[in-house]
Design a protein around this ligand. Structure first.
Ligand code: ADP
Length: 629
C-alpha cells in the first residue's frame, strides 16, 4: 500500500473521528475545577481542555464508598475523555457518584464555551471480537467469597481467572459493616461477664431436645465449657465454639445443616488469621453486631467490608490471579457431564469464553436485589421494600447452576434487617453500627418496641408492626464518634448531620424535637433504658446485652426502616464446596461458595456470620477446585 494512500486513509479516519468528537468546534483550553456532590462526600472534579478537546478528568480527594462510588471514579473519567461526551452510561450501583462526575464535567464544558447538547451524545458501546482464555480455576464473582476462593486456589498452585460483572470488586461484601464472628479468647479477654439473664439463655441452649446425636454432642460440649468457666474467673466474658455453633443452629430454627455450622464456627478464628496474613488488619475491640446475639464480632480497621476486598484482591493479584471487571458470566459450559468453563459477556457486549482445566467456582452472591425472584420465594417481600444489596445481586449464579441441574435449598429464607436507610435501603448512614451495646431503638412515639439484641427476623417483624415501619436508633458519643470523624461505614458524621440524614443534639429533649417525637416520651424511654443498663435487666422486652449507659452528649438519632438484606437459600453444596445435583450427587468441576449457596444458616442468619461463611467456604472451595478434589 502506498504511503499516500495510507495518508488518505488516516486523514479520513481523523475526519471521521473529528466528526464525532469535535462537532462543537472546540472548547477553550484551560483547567476547570468544578465541585461535585457525590453519595458520601463532596469532591472536586478537574477537567483539562487542550487543543479544544477534553484531555483529562481527575476526581479529587473524596470519601465515596470503596468498591461502589470508587468504581465510578475509576471508570467514568476515562470513558468521558475517550468519547468526548458525558453521555456515557452511569456505573451500575454508583448512580449518584456517576451523575455527580458527569454534572461537574458538564459545568466545565459550558464554562469552556461548549454547547452541552453536543457533549451529551449517548455513547453506545460496540462489541469486540470474542475473547477466549483458559485457567485451572475460573471464579465467578468478585465479592468476599470469590476473592477468597481466588486467593486460596492460587495458593494451592492453580492459575486463576476471576470475573466480576460490575466495574468494581466488592459486591455486598463491600457494603457490609464488616462484622466477623469468631470465638477469640485473646481479643475477648478484656470483655466483662455477660449479664445473668444472658448466661441463662446460654444455659438454655444446653437443655434443648436434641434433634440429632451430633446436636447432643455439641450441647454436651457447651455444658463442659460452662463448667470450666464457672470453675474459673467469672468476671470475664464466657464464650466458646460450642456456644457459637448452638446460637447459630438455634438462631436458624434448626433448619441449617449442623456440620456446616460446625465448620463455620470451628474455622472462623483460623480463617480470620488467614485473612490477616492476606492483609486484613483487625481492630482489637469486640462487640455484638445487631442480630449477632453475642459479643464476638471482629471488625477490620478501615472501610468496613471494603478492607476484606482490598486485602484479598491485592493478594489474589500478587499470586498471579487475573481479575476481569465488567464481565458477566451467563452460562456454564458442560462437556461429558463435567463443568469445563463458562460463557460470559463484557459490558460492551464482547463475548467471552473461559475454559477451566480444573473447576469453576460460582460466587455470584444472593438474589435480594431481584424483586421478582425474592417475591417468588417469599411473597411477603413487597417490591416497595428497599434492599441493602448491590443492584448486581440478582441471582445470576443460581440461575446458571439450576440450568445444569444443581439443587437449590432454603430459597424461601430471606432475611430483612430492621436497620435500613429509609432513603436508600442501604445499611450505611447511621450511628450505633459499632454494636448493639451502644444503642436502643424507638418508634415515632419515642417508645422502644423490641429487644435490640434479638434475632433479625423477630426484630424486623417488630419494626414492621410500628407506624410506617419507621424507627430511630438513639446513641450517644462513644467510640464510634469520640476519636473519629467517620462512622463505621466510612460516612463523615458531620456531613450526615448537615444533610439531615441523622440528627444530633446535646439533650434528649432537643433530639426528640428534631425528630418530631414527644420529648417527654423519649426522655422517659431514655431514662428507663439507662435504668435497665444499670440493673442488667430489661423489664420491658428482655434485652440482655448492654454496654455503658447512654449518657454522653451529644446524642444521635438515626432514622431506620426494614430492608431486604440476605438470602439464606441457594445452591446446595457439600462441605468441600462441590455443587450437588438434585439427586445429591456432585456435579464434577462445579463449586460454589458464599451467599449464592444455601442450607448453612437455616431460617435466620446471625449477624456477623455471613462474612465468616463466605471466607471459610470460599477458601475451601478455591482449594478443592485447585487440587481437582
Ligand atoms: P459473597 O458475599 O457471597 O461474596 P457478594 O455479594 O459480596 O457475595 O459478591 C458477589 C459478586 O458477584 C458481586 O460483586 C457481583 O457483582 C458479582 N456477580 C453477580 N453476578 C455475576 C455474574 N453473572 N458474573 C460475574 N459476577 C457476578
Amino acid at each position: 500500500m502506498s504511503k499516500k494512500f495510507l495518508a488518505v486513509i488516516i486523514t479520513f479516519v481523523l475526519i471521521l473521528s473529528m466528526a464525532t468528537v469535535s462537532f462543537a468546534g472546540g472548547l477553550t483550553d484551560g483547567t476547570y475545577v468544578k465541585p461535585a456532590k457525590g453519595f458520601a462526600s463532596e469532591f472536586e472534579v478537574t477537567v483539562v481542555i487542550e487543543g479544544g478537546n477534553i484531555t483529562s478528568i481527575t476526581v479529587g480527594e473524596n470519601n465515596e464508598t470503596v468498591g461502589i462510588g470508587s468504581a465510578a471514579i475509576e471508570k467514568l473519567p476515562g470513558e468521558i475523555v475517550d468519547a468526548q461526551s458525558i453521555g456515557v452510561e452511569v456505573v451500575s450501583g454508583a448512580t449518584v457518584t456517576s451523575e455527580a462526575i458527569k454534572a461537574a464535567v458538564g459545568e466545565a464544558i459550558v464554562e469552556a464555551g461548549g454547547n452541552l447538547d453536543d457533549y451529551s451524545v449517548a455513547v453506545t458501546k460496540t462489541a469486540g471480537e470474542e475473547i477466549v482464555k483458559e485457567a485451572d480455576v475460573i471464579v465467578l464473582g468478585g465479592g468476599g467469597a470469590g476473592l477468597s476462593a481466588a486467593v486460596s486456589a492460587a495458593e494451592n498452585g492453580a492459575t486463576v481467572i476471576l470475573i466480576e460483572k460490575t466495574a468494581a470488586l466488592g459486591g455486598n461484601t463491600v457494603r457490609a459493616g464488616g462484622p466477623y464472628n469468631a470465638f477469640d479468647p485473646e481479643r475477648q479477654a478484656s470483655l466483662p461477664a455477660a449479664s445473668e439473664a444472658a448466661m441463662e439463655s446460654v444455659k438454655a441452649l444446653t437443655e434443648k431436645e436434641a434433634v440429632s446425636e451430633e446436636h447432643q454432642k455439641v450441647m454436651d460440649q457447651l455444658k463442659a465449657d460452662l463448667e470450666a468457666y464457672y470453675a474459673g474467673d467469672t468476671s470475664k466474658l464466657f464464650d466458646s465454639v460450642a456456644l457459637h455453633i448452638l446460637q447459630t443452629y438455634d438462631g436458624g430454627d434448626y433448619a441449617g445443616k449442623l456440620d456446616f455450622i460446625e465448620k463455620l464456627a470451628g474455622e472462623s478464628l483460623e480463617t480470620s488469621e488467614w485473612m490477616e496474613a492476606n492483609g486484613v488488619v483487625w481492630k482489637d475491640d469486640i462487640s455484638t453486631v445487631p442480630g449477632g446475639l453475642w459479643p464476638r464480632a471482629h471488625t477490620p480497621q478501615n472501610a468496613a467490608g471494603g478492607d476484606y476486598i482490598k486485602a484479598n484482591s491485592a493478594k489474589a493479584e500478587e499470586l498471579g490471579a487475573e481479575i476481569i471487571l465488567d464481565c458477566k458470566a451467563t452460562e456454564l459450559i458442560v462437556a461429558d457431564g463435567k463443568v469445563v468453563g463458562v460463557k460470559a459477556e463484557m459490558g460492551d457486549g464482547t463475548p467471552v469464553t473461559l475454559n477451566a482445566n480444573k473447576g469453576v467456582v460460582i460466587a455470584t452472591g444472593g438474589f435480594a436485589a431481584n424483586v421478582e425472584m425474592r417475591q417468588k420465594y417469599d411473597p411477603s417481600l413487597i417490591p416497595e421494600l428497599g434492599t441493602t444489596n448491590s443492584p448486581a445481586i440478582v441471582g445470576d449464579g443460581i440461575v446458571m447452576a439450576e440450568a445444569v441441574n444443581a439443587n437449590l435449598i432454603g430459597m424461601e429464607y430471606i432475611q430483612c434487617l430492621p436497620l435500613g436507610n429509609p432513603a436508600t435501603g442501604g445499611l450505611n448512614g447511621w450511628m450505633g453500627g459499632i454494636g448493639v451495646e451502644y444503642y436502643y431503638q424507638v418508634n415515632t412515639d419515642g417508645l422502644r418496641f423490641m429487644a435490640e439484641d434479638g434475632r433479625r427476623d423477630t426484630m424486623t417483624q417488630a419494626l414492621l408492626a410500628q407506624k410506617g415501619a419507621m424507627s430511630y436508633v438513639i446513641t450517644d458519643t462513644n467510640r464510634e464518634s469520640e476519636n473519629s470523624e467517620i462512622n463505621i461505614w466510612g460516612d463523615n458524621i458531620e456531613e450526615l448531620v448537615e444533610a439531615g440524614t441523622i440528627f444530633k443534639a446535646d439533650t434528649i429533649e432537643d433530639l426528640a424535637k428534631q425528630i418530631g417525637v414527644d420529648p417527654a416520651a423519649l426522655q422517659k424511654t431514655h431514662d428507663d433504658f439507662n435504668g435497665y443498663v444499670e440493673a442488667g435487666i430489661d423489664a420491658e422486652f428482655g434485652r440482655k446485652l448492654f454496654g455503658d449507659k447512654i449518657d454522653k452528649a451529644p446524642f444521635y438519632a438515626s432514622p431506620r426502616m426494614p430492608t431486604v438484606h440476605h438470602t439464606m437459600g441457594g445452591i446446595e453444596i457439600d462441605l468441600q464446596g462441590h455443587v450437588l445435583d438434585k439427586d445429591g450427587n456432585i456435579i464434577p468441576g462445579l463449586f460454589a461458595a458464599g451467599e449464592v449457596t444455601g442450607g448453612i444458616h437455616g431460617k435466620n442468619r446471625l449477624g456477623g456470620n455471613a462474612l465468616v461463611d463466605i471466607h471459610v467456604f470460599g477458601r475451601e472451595a478455591g482449594k478443592n477446585a485447585a487440587l481437582g478434589n
